[in-house]
Design a protein around this ligand. Structure first.
Ligand code: ATP
Length: 559
């Protein structure tokens, strides 16, 4: 909020001046009526017109400055949120569904915006107007004022009580909306699987269940809000009727002039207006605060560590390129790696094989620095990964996930992910090297070809080759590759094998391998079983001495 101080101070100053002009009007009205009834000269008409116009102009300016400040505040919040959400440790993304992050960025930030734009605007005006009206009413007639006060106090107590309930209910509503967004997001991300499993109805039912819960929570909120309005009206109208009746008697008995009673009634309106304004502002602020809490939870989550003491500058070729020393790791309490040690010489190709769930992908994730080991040391490119600046390290490491997912967007955007300064010529060269020149000609879009959501317009093999093109562009020292388990036809397989040879030539490569053709050409093969290294050797050595490997090899791997 500190950086928005100038805007808020300006709003405060304009509000004070506008309020002075607002509360001056009944006094001028009183003078005008009393002067008219005594037949004296009456300049008050013009004063009244001028002051009313002046107040209008200032209220407009107040609204604009406040809205602008609100946008700046929420803009800043959104920027911080985006920066944090995209920098969380990898474990956070598996722990929380994507929709949760998205709903905080969308629905919650919009809700917070109302705190500043309407909530604060109304509250600032209301408090000022209320204070001024109270002072002038007490001066005009303390007896009539005490009647008014009763109604206002009753209303205030009611609002405070209901406001707290509203905030709690709003939190529930926002959480239900987030669950619905997550469920819809999950369903949309797996639409092919769902359609093919004839599970559309089931998913529609699931998402609508959350939508119904959000609706029910919204209705609970409407119920509370439905009480607010009548309670307030009753208090205010009661006070108004009482002022009219008692005020009339006091004019008849000569304690008050007609002008004074009129002025008092105008102040009563000025008092009522801020009270209803404050009521809606309070509601808005309670809803906004509930959202702000949800946003703060994310902002307080620790980001993935940045700025380790060592920058990886490369290309250096420390020998060996990768060393794991007695590495233990578990995602939760369950251990996944139980003392893995291995050494990867510079420029070599190491294949990691083993049964499903043995921890092969986890080894790659540790080498990417996605998680730190619970015990033991991961040294890569000459550094203990706990000490390095991860961004600088990852610039020298390419990681190709299973299925080689592409980013939505253009072909060029997908490639420039790893090198923003690459020229079009560079992009064409690497696409040519992996046999993807055909894509450039497709739909005459060239490098601007839209790859669809997650690269959905590409085939699996094309996505794989696009990943290779990215590796060539990045020119990393270390290549980590999680080979897809899905079987591809033999023509594609040999094409991919050639592309892999091309890309991995001269680079240290660690491959989680599922194909015999990949494994036999490896310089060393690490057999992983149940989080432990069972054996390390070449294909020929392992076939001779490792029963588990022999079984895999006989079944053409695909483990
Ligand atoms: N993000 C995660 N959170 C919790 N558990 C996980 C996570 N990722 C993997 N696991 C678990 O850790 C174990 C090892 O998983 P990993 O993906 O490393 O195995 P893998 O050998 O690569 O298996 P596959 O060949 O089937 O891909 C598995 O039991 C898996 O269920």
């Amino acid at each position: 909020m500190r950086e928005h101080r100038t805007g808020l101070v300006l709003v405060g100053v304009v509000s004070v001046v506008a309020t002075i002009l607002g509360v001056a009007q009944p006094l001028m009205m009183q003078r005008m009526i009393d002067a008219a009834s005594s037949g004296a000269e009456n300049p008050w008409v013009w004063w009244l017109v001028g002051v009313t116009l002046g107040e209008g102009v200032l209220r407009g300016a107040q609204s604009f400055v406040l809205q602008r400040t609100g946008e700046a505040f929420v803009g800043g919040l959104r920027r911080s949120l985006i920066a944090r959400v995209l920098r969380l440790p990898m474990a956070a993304y598996s722990a929380t569904p994507k929709g949760e992050w998205i709903s905080r960025l969308g629905a919650d930030t919009s809700q917070v915006r109302t705190i500043v734009t309407s909530g604060l605007f109304e509250l600032v005006s209301a408090v000022l107007m209320f204070g001024a009206a109270v002072v002038l009413m007490v001066t005009l007639d303390p007896v009539l004022f005490s009647l008014t006060l009763g109604g206002v106090v009753l209303g205030g107590v009611g609002i405070t009580f209901m406001g707290a309930r509203m905030r709690r209910t709003s939190e529930v509503t926002q959480a239900e909306v987030a669950r619905m967004t997550s469920a819809a997001d999950r369903a949309l991300s797996s639409v092919v699987l769902i359609r093919a499993s004839a599970a559309t109805e089931q998913q529609v039912e699931l998402v609508t269940r959350y939508a119904r819960r959000a609706e029910a929570s919204g209705v609970r909120m409407a119920r509370i809000q439905a009480w607010v309005q009548p309670v307030m009206s009753l208090c205010i109208q009661g006070a108004f009727l009482l002022v009219l009746a008692v005020g009339g008697l006091r004019v008849a008995s000569g304690v008050l002039t007609v002008g004074e009673l009129m002025a008092f009634i105008m102040y009563l309106f000025l008092l009522v207006m801020p009270v209803t304004q404050a009521m809606s502002a309070y509601t808005q602020i309670q809803l906004g605060l509930a959202s702000y809490d949800r946003i703060r939870q994310v902002l307080h989550m620790p980001a993935e560590r940045t700025g380790g003491s060592t920058d990886v500058v490369g290309p250096t070729e420390p020998e060996p390129a990768v060393v794991l020393e007695d590495v233990h790791f578990g995602y939760g309490d369950e251990p996944v790696l139980r003392g893995v040690s291995l050494t990867v010489p510079v420029g070599s190709r190491t294949a990691v094989v083993g049964p499903s769930g043995a921890g092969k992908s986890t080894v790659l994730a540790l080498l990417e620095g996605f998680m730190d080991p619970d015990a033991g040391v991961v040294r890569s490119l000459g550094h203990d990964l706990r000490d390095v600046d991860l961004d600088s390290y990852r610039r020298h490491v390419a990681y190709v996930e299973q299925g080689a997912p592409a980013l939505g967007g253009t072909l060029a955007g997908n490639l420039r992910l790893v090198r923003t300064d690459a020229t079009d010529e560079d992009l064409r060269r690497v696409l040519g090297a992996v046999g993807l020149d055909g894509l450039i000609a497709r739909q005459d879009a060239g490098l601007d070809l839209d790859l669809g959501d997650n690269g959905s317009v590409l085939s699996g093999g094309e996505r794989q080759r696009l990943a290779w093109a990215r590796v060539l562009l990045q020119d990393p020292q270390l290549l980590l590759f999680d080979e897809p388990t899905s079987s591809v036809d033999s023509a594609t397989e040999s094409l991919l094998g050639l592309a892999l040879d091309e890309v991995s030539r001269g680079r240290t490569t660690v491959i989680v391998a599922h194909r015999l053709s990949t494994v036999v050409t490896a310089d060393q093969i690490v057999v992983l079983e149940n989080g432990r290294v069972l054996d390390v050797g070449t294909h020929t050595e392992l076939v001779e001495r490792c029963a588990l490997y022999r079984t895999f090899a006989e079944h053409q791997l695909l483990v």
